[in-house]
Structures are given as structure tokens and as C-alpha cells.
Ligand binder design. Structure first.
Ligand code: ADP
Ligand code: MG
Length: 655
């Protein structure tokens, strides 16, 4: 159940524990508790504080434990269906309060006029009443624990089993003493004990901190282990490129690299010179200039006469990269493109030249992983939009490498916390800074009743000779909610402009129709594209300066950000208009965030905060662990420290 083991033989059967026979064992296994370790890590979901409070200081509405003297004979009234009410008065800390218990008539014999009583209930300060929920017999107050047991057994019963587990199990795997001292952590056994048998809020807090650290630290150690496996050491991986030639090439580029681009190029080139296989993630928003970084490194590989490959998820992207690399290299490099639509004769020719080492760079889709694609010396692999490929697909390409050096690229900014947890086995380079001269996209939020304004605004952009994207949801019937169907929006725009100016694209169209519509928009024959989110990936029309997103509240921040990234691809100022009448606070917040920042990394952090890691777009779903106490969005500081400590362990082992 918990992936982290604190005891020797963690799977040792719970039947060895006191109070666990076949029946109990079966009940517990039904909720996933089968081994010793599971028992210890089934931690209380909450605590009820039974320390006695002074009623004069108790807040209104609080659930509290009080004690005092019974002042009247208890009275019981019965109602229909066996319901009942028991009432009496008590003197509690000098206050005369009315106590009521519902449906516990049997308590009558336990409550004796003139004697002491202690009970737990909800306090109503105005009426000076307490709605009792339980009478407490044992002295000393303390905490009652609530376990997430799905009702299969009482917390008290389970606590006895836990007690027996503490007596039976041999604890190991504690944190190193140095870490415990440095971060003031408890021994793991004590921390677990403090959570199962709490004695004060402070110890519970300290214990939780310890377990959080423990979970995150061990998880990071596991990632480091995986990372070490991934990073094989051999001189074979060295790409001993010609730095002088590379510098000359960089000088021919029509622009100066940004600081982050330079740093990323350096990171990759340093990997080349090391005798370790490269396993690096390059992150950067759309338009941040990742492609040129990859291109420079491809050139480095070419200086030793070896080959590179770029794999992308769609044909559109393959075309774009191919064109952009051709621009970058001129005649300096031989480039070829291989996709699902490459003609057989051309493919044969490409494969022959590839195997002969005549092609320096092969750009393509998953066609690259086919068995008949054989390289002469493939020494650098770039996988773009890497999350869109399966592990098997990536491995298949990687296995074609002569020197295994792989650069993964993604335009989905990954929040640092997730990058540490989900991508911790990779080295990471980040391009945050946008190329100079880029004018930020201006975003505004309008209500649907302002449609006339929106139409007028789009017209003003079209009148300048620019293009615009209009995004709307595709739904069966728009009587549902207030959603504006893509068909309706299409009609509105056709009416306001003219049918000659507007194309429609959605997922249900035939491929040829869709391609023709896209083509006419890309060729600037038609200035307006009304579509569903099918345009999210790949399309590139620098002439487009406006994007209008209808029912924007339907989309998460990352999708909105990706959509917005369709514009702002030229030196012209671009705009994004969110049309939305958000019904929830969360949706309102998203609109506000979108209008306040264009930084993809800021957005991704906010997205993570708002949605939690489970839902986060673009995350390796399977890789994300379920922690018992730690929460990677809240416990960011602990995560970072745990990460640094885990790295130290591995570095001292001479990674
Ligand atoms: P990405 O791959 O990250 O989406 P690109 O590499 O396609 O971004 O870059 C987007 C555009 O910006 C391209 O036209 C590219 O030539 C240009 N570009 C890249 N780096 C710079 C830079 N440092 N200065 C100016 N323009 C740049
Ligand atoms: Mg290397």
C-alpha cells in the first residue's frame, strides 16, 4: 500500500498481530491493509481533541470537551420512529448550560443529579446549550483518532492492532542521524507513534513534518537511482565536436541568443563532452526559441560527421521543423523529412542515404521508429513534445543510437515541484526568457453580452490585413447551459463579416475538408478561422494577431495558454480576448490570472495550485507517487530540501 518501507519484512502478515484473526485480516485486506508496513502507514485522517476546555473561553459553534456538575434530573422524551431526546442542566465553569443528547436514551442511568460528568459536544454560546454527542468516562482528556477505515472497524480496535505492530515489527530504514539533527526531525518510529497515539498538537505537527520529509526524501532517492541507471557511463557517448566551427556557425545566425538559450546550448554541449549518455529535458514556452537551441547542437554533431534525428508528434510540426531547419542551415547540412505521407520511392531514397551517412539530420514523425529506418551513426536524438509519445516509442528510437544522447523538448511549462518529482531522473534546462523585441500579448476578458465590442475589435485587426482565430466549443446541442456552439459562432462571424472571409474547422470534419480549410487560412486567403481546440497544436500563422476564445471558462489554464500561444508570432502586437460568463469562483480566478500574466511558468504554478497535481495537464500520470502525508504543492520547501539531500547522497557516491 505505501511504497515506503519502515520495517524489516514489510509484508509480514498482519495475522501475527494481536487481535487479528482470519476474519479481521480479511476485513483489513479488503481496504488494502495486508502487511505490517500497511498497518503502520494507515495514519489517522484526523483527530478529535478531548482535552477539557474552560467553557468561558470556548468559541461559539466549537466541538469541545467540558466537565462539571449535573444540576437537574435527566429527562427523556420519545418521538416517532424510535427517536428520542435527553436533556438536563449542568454547571460548567460557573455557567449554567442546557445539555441535549439525541437518540441516546440509555445515557439516562449514567447521569446522576449532583454528580460529576464529562462530555463532548457542540457549544451554542447564544443559547448556552451544548448538543452532546458522547459522554466520556475515562479521565485525562487527550485525543481521539479518526482512521480512514471505510467503516470496517472501530478506530479503537484498529489502534490496538497498531499498538501490537509497534511491539512486533523491527524498524529500519530510518533517516540518517545527520539529517535528523540538521532538520530537527524525529526518529521515524517515534514520528509514526506520535501520529497513531497523539498527545499534543505540537508533537503531531512535528511528527507530520518528519513523515513528509521521510516520504519525499525516499522518493527522491528512488528517482536518483533511476537517474543513475539512465545515465550510463562510457567514452562511447562522447561527442567530441569542433568548438571553433560551432562558434562560427552561431555567428551566422541572424540574431543574438538569449541568456537562457546560451545556457541551454552550454548544458547540452557539456553533456556531449562527458562520457555519460545525455538524458535532458529542455523546457520553454512556445516561441521561446527551443528549436534553434536544438539546431545549434545538431550542428555540433555534424562537425564530427555524425547524425541527428528530430521526432515530433504530428505531420504539421514535422513540416514546420523541416522548413525552419532548412532556413537555419542553408547548405551547411543535409536534411531530410520522413513522415507517414512520404512517397515510397522518396522513402527508399532517404533510407539508402541515411544508412550511407549522407543525411545529417532526419526530421519526422513516429515514422522514424520503424524498423527499416537505419542510421549510419545516430549520435543525437531530439524528441519534441515528448509527453505525446509513449515510453516504448521513445525507447525504440533511442535504441537506434550509436551514441545515446537524447534531448526531450516540451512547450508545456512544468512547475518546479512537478519537475522535481516527475522528471527528477532527467537533467533539465529551462528557457524562461523570450527573445528580445517580442511584444507581450495583451489579454482581455469580456462578457458574452459584449459580443458587439468583440466583433468590432476583430474587424479592426482584419482591416489591418491581419488574421484571427476564433475558438468555440463543439457540442451536440447548445440548449445545454449557455455554451455557444462552434456552429453558431461560425454563423455570427459569417454574418458580421462575409462567408468569403471565414473558414470553419472542427474535429468531426473529413480530413480533406479540414486540410483545405486550414490551407486557405494559412495561405492568408481567408483571414478568419473559426474552430474548436483542434488548432491547439502545430499551426503557425505569424500573420494572426488576435485570438478570441468563447466560453473560455471551460478550459484549464494550460489549454488557454497554449491557445493564446497561436498569436504573438511576429513583430506585430497581438491580442487575446476571453469571452466568458464564469459561474464559479475558480473560473473567475482563471480569467483573472490569464489577463495578468503571459509567463507560462507562472501560469503552470498557479494551475498546479488550483487543480492539484493529480489533474495537472502534461504530467506523466503514472510517475506521480501517492504520498501519505506529504503534498507536493504545499510542501514545496520540504521537497526542495529533500531533493538536495538525496542528490548529495548520490553525488558522494560519485554519480
Ligand atoms: P520554440 O521552438 O521554442 O517554439 P522557435 O525556436 O520556433 O521557438 O522560435 C520562435 C521564433 O523566434 C523563430 O522564428 C526563431 O527564429 C525566433 N528566435 C529564436 N531565438 C531568437 C532570438 N534569440 N532572438 C530573436 N529571435 C529568435
Ligand atoms: Mg554525452
Amino acid at each position: 500500500m505505501s511504497g515506503i518501507h519502515v520495517v524489516q519484512s514489510p509484508d509480514r502478515s498482519i495475522k501475527e498481530l494481536k487481535g487479528v484473526g482470519d476474519k479481521v485480516a480479511e476485513k483489513l485486506s479488503g481496504i488494502g491493509i495486508t502487511g505490517m508496513n500497511d498497518v503502520l502507514f494507515t495514519l489517522p485522517a484526523g483527530y478529535i481533541d478531548h482535552s477539557v476546555v474552560n467553557l468561558n473561553e470556548a468559541p461559539d459553534g466549537a466541538n469541545i470537551t467540558i466537565e462539571g456538575t449535573v444540576k437537574t434530573e435527566p429527562q427523556v422524551a420519545f418521538f416517532r420512529k424510535g427517536k428520542s431526546r435527553l436533556t438536563f442542566f449542568m454547571d460548567v465553569d460557573g455557567i449554567y448550560v442546557k445539555i441535549t443528547f439525541f437518540n441516546q436514551p440509555y445515557l439516562k442511568s449514567k447521569i446522576i443529579n449532583g454528580e460529576f460528568a464529562r462530555l463532548y459536544g457542540k457549544f451554542n454560546r447564544n443559547k448556552l446549550e451544548i448538543n452532546g454527542t458522547k459522554l466520556i468516562f475515562e479521565a485525562g482528556g487527550g485525543y481521539q483518532v479518526k482512521y480512514p477505515l471505510g467503516g470496517v472497524m472501530q478506530a479503537k480496535t484498529f489502534q490496538k492492532i497498531v499498538r501490537s505492530a509497534f511491539e512486533t515489527a523491527t524498524f529500519n530504514n530510518d533517516l540518517p542521524d545527520t539529517l535528523k539533527a540538521k532538520y530537527k526531525l524525529m526518529p521515524i518510529k517515534d514520528a509514526l507513534h506520535a501520529l497513531h497515539f497523539p498527545d499534543s498538537p505540537d508533537t503531531v505537527k512535528a511528527a507530520r513534518r518528519t513523515i513528509k520529509f521521510y516520504e519525499l526524501y525516499h522518493y527522491q532517492l528512488k528517482i536518483m537511482e533511476r537517474r543513475q541507471k539512465e545515465r550510463v557511463r562510457s567514452d562511447r557517448f562522447i561527442v567530441d565536436y569542433d568548438i571553433d566551427k560551432l562558434k562560427l556557425f552561431i555567428d551566422t545566425l541572424p540574431f543574438e541568443l538569449t541568456g537562457d538559450q546560451k545556457k541551454s546550448v552550454n548544458d547540452i554541449c557539456r553533456d556531449f563532452k562527458q562520457n555519460i549518455s545525455m538524458h535532458r529535458l529542455l523546457q520553454g514556452d512556445v516561441g521561446s526559441g527551443k528549436t534553434i537551441v536544438a539546431g545549434i547542437c545538431v550542428y555540433a554533431v555534424k562537425t564530427i560527421g555524425e547524425q541527428s534525428a528530430v521526432m515530433v508528434p504530428t505531420e504539421v510540426l514535422a513540416n514546420q521543423h523541416y522548413e525552419s531547419f532548412k532556413d537555419t542551415y542553408g547548405d551547411e547540412l543535409v536534411i531530410a523529412k520522413l513522415t507517414g505521407t512520404t512517397k515510397p520511392a522518396e522513402k527508399r531514397d532517404i533510407l539508402a542515404r541515411l544508412a550511407a551517412g549522407e543525411i545529417d539530420l532526419l526530421v519526422g514523425t513516429h515514422s522514424l521508429i520503424e524498423d527499416d529506418v537505419l542510421f549510419d551513426r545516430l549520435s543525437f536524438i531530439i524528441i519534441d513534445e515528448q509527453h505525446r509519445f509513449g515510453v516504448n516509442q521513445r525507447d525504440k528510437l533511442n535504441n537506434k543510437a550509436y551514441r545515446k544522447n537524447v534531448l526531450y523538448m516540451t512547450a508545456t511549462p512544468i512547475p518546479r515541484t512537478l519537475s522535481i518529482t516527475s522528471y527528477g531522473d532527467m537533467d533539465v534546462s529551462v528557457i524562461r526568457e523570450m527573445p528580445a523585441g517580442r511584444i507581450p500579448i495583451e489579454t482581455e476578458w469580456r462578457r458574452f453580452k459584449e459580443l458587439d465590442y468583440v466583433l468590432g475589435f476583430v474587424k479592426s485587426e482584419i482591416d489591418k490585413g491581419h488574421s484571427a482565430y476564433i475558438v468555440a466549443p463543439l457540442i451536440e446541442e447548445s440548449e445545454t447551459l449557455d455554451l455557444k456552439n462552434v456552429y453558431e459562432i461560425h454563423e455570427i462571424f459569417e454574418e458580421y463579416f462575409s462567408p468569403e472571409d471565414v473558414v470553419l474547422v472542427h474535429g468531426r470534419m473529413k480530413a480533406e475538408e479540414k486540410n483545405e480549410a486550414m490551407r486557405s487560412f494559412e495561405a492568408l486567403e481567408k483571414p478568419l478561422l473559426v474552430s474548436t481546440t483542434v488548432i491547439e497544436v502545430g499551426i503557425n500563422v505569424p500573420n494572426a494577431t488576435a485570438i478570441v476564445i468563447f466560453n473560455a471558462e471551460r478550459f484549464g489554464l494550460s489549454t488557454l495558454h497554449q491557445l493564446r500561444g497561436r498569436v504573438g508570432r511576429s513583430s506585430k502586437k497581438s491580442y487575446c480576448v476571453l469571452v466568458s460568463d464564469p459561474a464559479t469562483e475558480n473560473a473567475k480566478q482563471r480569467m483573472d490570472i490569464m489577463t495578468s500574466t503571459t509567463d507560462g511558468f507562472v501560469l503552470s504554478e498557479r494551475d498546479l495550485e488550483m487543480r492539484g497535481p493529480g489533474d495537472y495537464f502534461g504530467v506523466r500520470q503514472s510517475g506521480l507517487p501517492q504520498f501519505k502525508v506529504a503534498d507536493i504543492t504545499e510542501d514545496y520547501r520540504i521537497l526542495e530540501v529533500a531533493r538536495d539531500e538525496a542528490v548529495k547522497v548520490y553525488e558522494s557516491n560519485n554519480l
